[in-house]
Design a protein around this ligand. Structure first.
Ligand code: MSP
Length: 523
């Protein structure tokens, strides 16, 4: 892998309000991006809003405002939410940006010129709510009902521009074969392969029944299908549709993306249609489309009528009670990155917080800093090399955890990466129990030994904190400040080298994660 990383979230529809789905994707990308930056890698993290289409036009009409006004308003909401959750995106693209619209038209023109897009007529099963056509097989599976709204699919005929997806049958199959990690997790890849083998049909890429979209170049009676418009965001943000210009010059080197992180319901667009479009344009393909599963809530699918919908207010309440970093921790360690859905429950949230953060990380840091306060006058002691027992080769153990944390993060295994950091803390706890410095402290002759033990504990905690800073930036910076560790250096490996903690550094007592009483009303 090279030293640059390009990572994207889906761009969010402006006709909905932010909820856990959006915050989740934005947060996991953020953890990955911060971690990669901490390794000194050149990261570009893109997110934004998807603003065209019939639904936006209709919602705007219902409210008596223009689609542009609606898009401006809701895009600003999504942007402010990113600040609320401490998301460190490098850019925020809007599909109504003139730069994006111009480049999309350029790409579509290129596809028209190459006869990859043609004007044709189509009849099929159409989901009006989702603005999506289904094949006969899929429509039959769905009993001719929308999987989202439950409303009947309608038989629709349209004169449309089509993208020649059928021409890419072999190329897509070959790509899936040659790049086994192109779609992850594996179960999702198999689903996609099954669908691909049913045969790829050309897809309509324009609409005529509304006008809120980017016009097809040369035929203003059609607007470009919102999904095609949206997928292009990943390359228009880098200026790939321009032959020169500042944006292209400074950003084009990030393509191809390392990870497009998406939800499972939008994987087909990303893993089949998008690569085919890129092949048609002769552009390199992304390295991996990672499709996470869904959060359900209190054991059931989220729904407003069940009252278990996790919207922004609900998440804000969790932040108010437990702190923003606790929410980030829960999303990153307990989230649905695999092929199964994950349950967000108030009880599980509370247990995770108490076990991992209060009893393990918080307790360990406060215990060690308290002992340094009591037995070493609050200054980091010296490791005299005394045989402290406990049987741990700390330099070796921590560097092993650092490497496994980095390797897991490279694979987008957030929980795995974080657990390597937590394993260091657990080892410190076990070491304290084995060596009992609080007992040794009663014996003046054992002072050098106590100092050695406490140096090793503090140093191990410092290293764990470096690994955990991407998931909990605020709390880990608090620890840095209290222990006078200075700012992070963007060279994680050397920062995590054993022995960098300077004896004499003032170590203040910290209380990072307060114990909280469980209130079931916090859901
Ligand atoms: N606009 C399209 C994406 C275009 S990308 C070229 C879109 N937007 S969305 O706003 O509806 O969805 C954003 C993301 O939220 C999707 O990845 C979706 O999977 C995710 N989630 C929506 N509900 C979710 C859960 N309950 N749980 C986890 N994520 C889910 O789709």
């Amino acid at each position: 892998m090279s030293d640059r990383r390009y990572i994207t979230t889906p761009i969010y529809y402006v006709n909905a309000h932010p909820h856990i789905g959006h915050i989740y994707t934005s947060t996991i990308n953020d953890v990955y991006a911060r971690f990669q930056r901490s390794l000194g890698r050149d990261v570009f993290y893109l997110t934004g809003t998807d603003e065209h289409g019939q639904k936006v036009e209709t919602s705007a009409r219902e409210r008596g405002i223009t689609p542009r006004e609606l898009a401006d308003e809701n895009s600003a909401v999504f942007r402010s939410v990113l600040e609320m959750f401490d998301i460190s995106n490098d850019d925020f693209i809007r599909t109504t940006d003139a730069d994006h619209e111009r480049q999309v038209q350029g790409f579509v023109q290129q596809l028209l010129d190459a006869d990859m897009i043609y004007l044709g007529e189509f009849e099929g099963w159409y989901d009006e709510g989702q603005e999506e056509y289904y094949t006969e097989t899929k429509a039959k599976d769905l009993e001719y009902k929308s999987p989202v709204s439950g409303r009947s699919l309608v038989r629709a005929t349209e004169k449309n521009y089509y993208f020649r997806l059928s021409a890419f049958q072999e190329a897509i199959e070959a790509m899936f074969r040659d790049q086994p990690d192109f779609v992850r997790p594996e179960a999702r890849r198999n689903e996609m392969l099954g669908r691909i083998r049913e045969g790829l049909n050309d897809v309509p890429v324009s609409r005529t029944n509304f006008s809120w979209g980017i016009p097809v170049p040369g035929d203003e009676s059609h607007v470009i299908y919102v999904w095609i418009d949206a997928l292009f965001n990943y390359i228009t943000a880098l200026g790939l549709g321009d032959s020169d210009g500042d944006r292209r010059e400074s950003r084009a080197h990030w393509w191809p993306a390392d990870y497009h992180i998406v939800g499972k319901e939008i994987l087909w667009f990303h893993s089949v249609i998008w690569p085919a479009v890129l092949m048609a344009l002769d552009l390199p393909l992304p390295r991996c489309i990672y499709a996470h599963s869904f959060w359900i809530s209190e054991g059931q699918k989220m729904s407003k009528s069940l009252g278990n919908f996790i919207d922004l207010d609900t998440l804000q309440r969790y932040c108010d009670s437990y702190g923003r970093d606790a929410l980030r921790w829960y999303l990153a360690t307990q989230g649905p990155l695999g092929a199964t859905d994950a349950d967000f429950s108030a009880q599980h949230f509370h247990e995770t917080y108490t076990t991992d953060l209060v009893n393990t990380l918080g307790n360990c840091a406060s215990r060690v800093s308290a002992m340094i306060g009591k037995y070493c006058e609050g200054a980091c002691p010296v490791d005299s090399g005394a045989c402290a027992g406990g049987g741990v080769d700390w330099a070796d153990f921590t560097s092993g955890q650092v490497e496994s944390s980095i390797a897991a993060m490279d694979q987008f295994d957030l929980a795995g990466s974080i657990s390597a950091g937590l394993a260091i803390i657990r080892q410190v706890d076990a070491f304290i129990n084995d060596t009992a410095p609080f007992k040794l402290a009663k014996d003046p002759d054992a002072h050098v030994l106590v100092e050695t033990i406490l140096y090793r504990c503090a140093e191990a905690i410092r290293i764990a904190a470096c690994l955990l800073e991407p998931v909990m930036p605020t709390r880990m910076q608090e620890l840095r400040a209290a222990w006078n560790l200075g700012d992070a250096t963007s060279d994680l490996r050397s920062e995590c080298q054993w022995g960098r903690l300077e004896p004499g550094t003032v170590i203040e007592k910290v209380a990072l994660f307060p114990r909280i009483e469980f209130e079931s009303s916090s859901d």
